[in-house]
Design a protein around this ligand. Structure first.
Ligand code: ZN
Length: 383
């Protein structure tokens, strides 16, 4: 079967346009306006929500509605995020044939301008070839890289679709169908300051307690679906002062809510035990600790025989390719959409070595991923 293909040169040049527009997190106004302009002729409705009060971005989430010509077809949401990590300003893309990198002084911003470029190209192709399709909603979120803020504060009443493909992972012909929950963890350990040389016995060393707590924690990969980490330790004032305060920051992730809770609890208990072991007669209240545990995002797990996945598998087969269905290790907008009842999976864009200055992308990978999405929309339009 002959499947449709996107226009490679147009995709490549649009990607280059997008990466040149600086859009570090919370500064997505220019790129949002640029995208809205592109869709003036292609879309039926261009709207924004009022999330900027909460996200503190200089713009809102951008929502674009494209009416279909097959009312029986399922309504689909396509999403990508507008922001990039730092350093992402004044990106100067370097093009070697079909490979695009930054000049080494910034990231490239393929995360997630490759996703945006793919969505734009796929809609252009659909319109140009006058291919029957269902209603399509596009969502371009702000501040994904700094805590999924755009997705968390999105006005969900503006979205009708209940199925979503988010474009936001590396690889080719890859679909991420599950992602973990994560807890953001802070432990505050309070000891007592004293002169370390003159009267150390009057002090309670918070750093020593923290070290003991960490040594009792199970960190790293706990099992195939659970990880934990203590990432930063801060505290202490000088070499001659017994440290009275130490703050530990870390995280736990798991594809299972029960395991997430169990691991987070065991980290907290390690701190509790270390504090109890250090109890002294000096001060009844010290040492003590406080734990701040915040659920950053909830896990999701879309069954392999759900429509979102079977359609993508079929589109891949028709292209003569195989779809890789994989679990993801991190949180993204898709976690939040799933929490809000929009079934979401993540599709690959071809971006590579993201969040580094060595970031790169092969245009041919982008094309293949765009063709996959295009043919998924064609299949939905045939329903
Ligand atoms: Zn991303």
């Amino acid at each position: 079967m002959k499947t449709l293909t996107v226009n490679k040169n147009r995709l490549k040049s649009e990607f280059l346009n997008l990466v040149k527009i600086s859009s570090e997190s919370k500064n997505e106004k220019r790129i949002a306006e640029y995208i809205a302009d592109i869709f003036r002729d292609l879309a039926d409705e261009i709207i924004v929500d009022d999330s900027s009060d909460k996200t503190k971005s200089n713009t809102n989430n951008l929502i674009i509605k494209i009416a279909g010509n097959n009312p029986r077809a399922k309504k689909i949401l396509l999403c990508s995020h507008l922001d990039t990590v730092v350093p992402g300003n004044n990106v100067k893309p370097v093009v070697y044939g079909d490979t695009i990198t930054s000049d080494g002084s910034t990231v490239l911003g393929g995360d997630c301008k490759s996703g945006i470029a793919i969505i734009i190209e796929v809609i252009r192709t659909l319109k140009e070839a006058e291919i029957p399709h269902g209603d399509i909603e596009l969502l371009f979120t702000v501040a994904e890289e700094v805590g999924l803020l755009g997705a968390k504060h999105l006005d969900y009443s503006l979205i009708d679709a209940k199925l979503c493909y988010a474009l936001d992972t590396s690889g080719v012909m890859t679909l991420v169908h599950k992602a973990p929950s994560a807890n953001d963890i802070t432990f505050k350990i309070f000891g007592k300051a004293a002169h370390a040389g003159l009267e150390p016995e009057k002090g309670v060393n918070a750093l020593k307690i923290a070290a003991q707590a960490i040594s009792m924690m199970q960190l790293g990969r706990i099992d195939h679906e659970t990880t934990t980490n203590i990432g930063t330790v801060s505290g202490g004032k000088a070499t001659n002062i017994v440290p009275d305060y130490v703050e530990l920051r870390g995280e736990a992730r798991s594809h299972s809510s029960e395991k997430l809770k169990a691991q987070t609890d065991s980290m907290r208990k390690a701190v509790e035990r270390a504090v109890a072991d250090a109890k002294s007669e000096i001060n009844a209240e010290l040492p003590r600790y406080e734990a701040e545990i915040e659920l950053e995002y909830e896990h999701f797990d879309i069954d392999e025989d759900e429509q979102l996945i079977t359609l993508a598998k079929r589109a891949a087969t028709e292209m003569g390719k195989e779809l890789n269905v994989l679990p993801g290790g991190g949180g993204s907008d898709a976690n939040i959409f799933n929490e809000h009842g929009i079934k979401s999976v993540i599709l690959s864009t071809g971006m590579d070595k993201v969040h580094t200055m060595e970031e790169r992308i092969d245009v041919n990978d982008m094309v293949e991923n765009a063709n996959l999405l295009l043919n998924v929309l064609v299949l939905i339009g045939k329903k």
